[in-house]
Design a protein around this ligand. Structure first.
Ligand code: NAP
Length: 288
């Protein structure tokens, strides 16, 4: 049996045990996957625990994705490019860091029939996950606009990404007026803010910017709880294609499991089976 964990603070809400549990069942791998509460500053003692308990690896969420970097023996090119690690594999007592968030999003988009390549991308948010997705968009998109509540954060990220690829990203403050104006030239709108997330009181106050999007645009919300945020509901009412964050959640876990198990999976087939299992588990969870 392999032993894995997810660490973070807070960690109670994490769906990682459910998703990795579903993946391991589909793969017929016996696995113990625990949630471990690790406070900021307590990584060293967790790493000692992980070694002595014989963990094969662990996933990381807030606030450890950057703090883990100095503790690693090796880091993958993707994790180095994003300066962020969400998966650590332990081999012979050594720690290897990876980031599967970016490829998880890209693969989830691809399996839904979309891609960022050659698209005009508008990214809402300039936090950790926006940085990862923005880095990938900067390499392949036709254009990239980053809108953030804190306008200087958007500009800083845009500047940082300007050397990544062919586009010169634009950073701006997230205002109703700015959103309306950037949505007219947008093929892919990505929400990488927690607005509309379960447990978050705040939501988009005015969604009329969606009316400016071309009819072929995809609205992608990284939130998966609820499955249909107000942003996605309103986009659907307008007849736009929508995608929630469940695909990314499952795909980044699937890519992490490939690393833990040292295997290459039939991603499309495993993804389909796990999506069904996780959706059913979420429905049961919400009913209780
Ligand atoms: P983060 O690093 O904390 O960044 C949050 C971003 O949202 C920042 O740009 C922040 O703006 C903005 N924001 C926060 N509250 C806001 C508000 N009330 N109004 C407008 N903007 C606000 O978080 P993260 O890790 O990037 O995660 C962002 C979202 O992605 C979360 O909803 C998370 O659940 C989701 N996510 C999904 C997956 C998945 O697998 N589907 C994976 C990772 C994350 P400021 O700079 O102004 O603070």
């Amino acid at each position: 049996m392999i032993k894995l964990a997810v660490i973070g603070d807070p960690i109670g809400h994490s769906l990682s045990p459910m998703v990795h549990g579903a993946l391991m069942r589909v793969l017929s791998v016996e696995c113990q996957y625990d949630k471990v509460h690790v406070s900021k500053g307590d990584l060293q003692s967790f790493l000692e625990y992980a070694r002595t308990e014989g963990l094969s690896g662990f996933n990381l969420t807030m606030p450890h994705k950057v703090d883990i970097l100095p503790y690693l023996d090796e880091i993958s090119p993707a994790a180095a490019a994003f300066s962020s690690v969400n998966t650590v594999r332990i081999r012979d007592g050594r720690f290897y860091g990876y980031n599967t968030d970016g490829d998880g999003y890209k693969e989830a988009l691809r399996l839904s029939g979309y891609s960022m390549e050659g698209r005009r991308v508008v990214l809402l948010g300039a936090g950790g996950v926006a940085r990862v997705i923005g880095s990938m968009a900067a390499e392949v998109a036709e254009s990239l606009v980053i809108c953030n509540r804190n306008g200087s954060g958007a500009k800083k990220l845009a500047e940082e990404l300007s050397c990544k690829g062919k586009v010169i990203p634009l950073g701006m403050e997230f205002t109703d007026q700015a959103l309306k104006s950037v949505c007219t030239d947008c093929d892919l709108l990505i929400n990488a803010t927690p607005l509309g997330m379960e447990g978050m009181e705040e939501d988009f106050e005015d969604l009329s910017f969606l009316d400016q999007l071309p009819s072929h645009a995809l609205v992608s919300d990284l939130i998966y709880c609820p499955a249909r945020t107000k942003l996605l509901q309103r986009a659907e009412e307008r007849g736009l294609a929508v995608l929630n964050g469940l695909g990314m959640l499952i795909m980044q876990a699937l890519l992490a499991d490939e690393i833990y198990l040292d295997v290459s999976l039939d991603r499309q087939s495993v993804f389909k089976q796990v999506c069904r299992d996780v959706q059913n588990a979420l429905i049961t969870k919400n009913e209780n």
